[in-house]
Write a protein that binds this ligand. Sequence first.
Ligand code: C2E
Ligand code: CA
Ligand code: CA
Length: 745
Amino acid sequence: MSKAMRSALLAIGIGVIAGVIELGLPAEDMFRAMRAEIRTHDAPSDIIVVTIDDKTLNALQTNLPDRKKDAQLLDQLFEAGASRVFFDKAYADPTNPTSHEAFEEALKRHPETYLAIAPPLKEGVHDYEVVQPIERFKENARLASMIGQSGPFNLSYVFPTATPVGRGSVPSISAGLAGYRGPQKEYRLDFGIDIHSISRVSYIDVLQGRFDRDTFRGHAVVVGQTYTGTSDVHYEPLGSKIPGVYFHALGAHTLREGPPLDLGWVPGLILSAALMLWQATLRKPAYRVAAGALALMITVPLILDYLSIGVDVFPAILCFTIGMIALERQARRVFDESTGCLRVEALESATPDDSVLVFALKIKEFSFITRDSSNKVIIDFIREGARRLTTTEGKVEFAFHKDTIIWLRPRIETAELADHLAGLQALFRRGIAHAGTKVDVAAHIGVDANYEASIRSRIATAIQSAEDALQACTPAIIANSDYLTARDKRLTLLSDLDEAMARNTVQVAYQPKIELATGRTVGAEALLRWTHHEHGAVPPEEVVAMAETHNRIDDLTMYVIDTALAGARLARQIDPKFQIAINISAIALTRVQLIYDITFLMSKHHIPAENIIFEVTETAPLDDRRVEAVMSALREFGIHLSIDDFGTGHGALNYIKRIPGTEVKIDRSFVADMTVSAESRSVVQATINIAHSLDRRAVAEGVEDRETASLLADMGCDYAQGYLFARAMPINDLLQHMRQIRIAA
Ligand code: C2E
Ligand code: CA
Ligand code: CA
């Protein structure tokens, strides 16, 4: 069972308990009283209270009307057409026998007279005796019970329609007044009927005939005490003290409007429970639904009140509120409000699954793009990114961490993966709407394919690989176990490289560059050489890749230039035209500061710009504006540029045109087999022609035999390098080699 489901069930349990122990009673009653306040309407005038009020007592000059007066009152009322008369009084005390006589006679004359009775009651330790009329009255009158029950804090009142007395039962005053004939039950007084609007006539006015002819005709009447100081008063919910007799009249009106149906707390709780269980199945609670449900729980009871249907909503609201808060808190642990995505931690808890790949897509310069944006704009931006991803990734859940979108995806075959990654990149290349404009987003992707590892570590690997891809300026890195092993090795090598550079134990070797027409050495290419104390000679490509991914490339580039220029200074003492060729990593070209550093090194070693040629591989990202700027600056400065490894990259004519170079280096792969492959031969010839047509020199790399060398010379190639002429060698060997050639020349 999910955590959310457990919370929902717990909340429902609390709701049930609250319902059973009536935990919410005062709140429920308070709410009911407030609804009554809203619905308040006047009582009809068909039940009349005859009030023994201050005016009556003053007029009679006695404490209370005696029985003779009550007898007269009955005559007046029934003469006026009253249908039934109830006394909210028991006539339990024997007083003046002469007045007894008169009252008894009146009772005999008017059989529709009801005297009150309070059945015996056991309340805690108290035993209340029955309160009932004295025998002679009881024999001649009907009885009506005057008991009712108030809820805590007088917020509600429940009356019975009848009360058991002895073997039988007597109707309550309210049921009698209403002429209620239905089954015996308890009902709640409806304070939506304004208790203050109940019709009333003063006792003394009735006695003296001062009332409208039709006031009592066909109506039920209840007589009760309302004078100041009477002890029979009760609080109206959320209101003031009201004489008890009005409560009986209000009860009668309540029963008249249709005896209220009290459904209790169960229906509300069932609905609320159903809603909770549904919410628990969602990833994230639907706040609108929740707000709507709460609004319904508040308004529906009001509507039901109008239909005389009573419901208790406190257990439902309690269950719903507790449940939603719990679900919301759980959701917040899973979702990040500030990004609208999952939290990475939520993805991490996914069970390891060897059928998924872990993807991390790092948005380049994310914090820069969103630096001035509000949270909402950032969320929209990320959402748009995630939305685009769903077009290829399907229905997956995206997490967001700092500047990286992370997701798990069913495994794809390695062959298709490359295409897939290219597709993902393309999704982002179209600008994303952000803060009113479209921003171009560069994305670097890391994919983890180490199926045995935990999801947590796989996510970390994917994120790190995306970071590595960004550092290495490659679109994507697929991190499988080979990659990780290599990476681990790189990391140990890295600190050793730092140390080696600091101690000057990284070396530069020089491979002579030959003019094919004359066989003259015109310069040399500086090539990195590093021998690790444990791993032996580390291939320069590896050193460069490592430096690129770990932010050392600028240091390494400067180190090589510094060393190579020092060597070139010595070589120029032999041949002032000596040209030093230095490989520059594409990433190093993104740093504008490079130009200043180079000028510094040039003056340090007294090397003029025309004696330097930088080799830039064809894979350099020319779409990067900074690279273009640095290259033109170098060229303007007088430094020569060479396109290295020509023919291996995405090289098009277009590319040569855009690089302000002086030289094109034909890749070794074409040169190596040009004597046997007609195809390679054509590539070489075409490259030479293109170079010349654009006023560039052509250089052949990797010339290993005489046949190739003479073929190249015939084809018009300008320069060549290769084992045929010389391997890369230490500076002293190069100097010696140059001196020998001079002597030979
Ligand atoms: P590259 O720029 O194409 O350098 C030429 C590579 O071909 C060198 O390998 C060189 O030793 C090799 N080579 C030269 N003549 C022959 C030949 O006749 N036959 C064969 N089979 N190989 C020949 P190396 O020194 O291992 O360098 C490999 C790559 O490492 C270089 O390729 C270059 O891309 C990179 N690299 C080397 N030094 C540096 C450096 O200081 N900075 C940067 N950024 N890259 C460097
Ligand atoms: Ca090179
Ligand atoms: Ca090359």
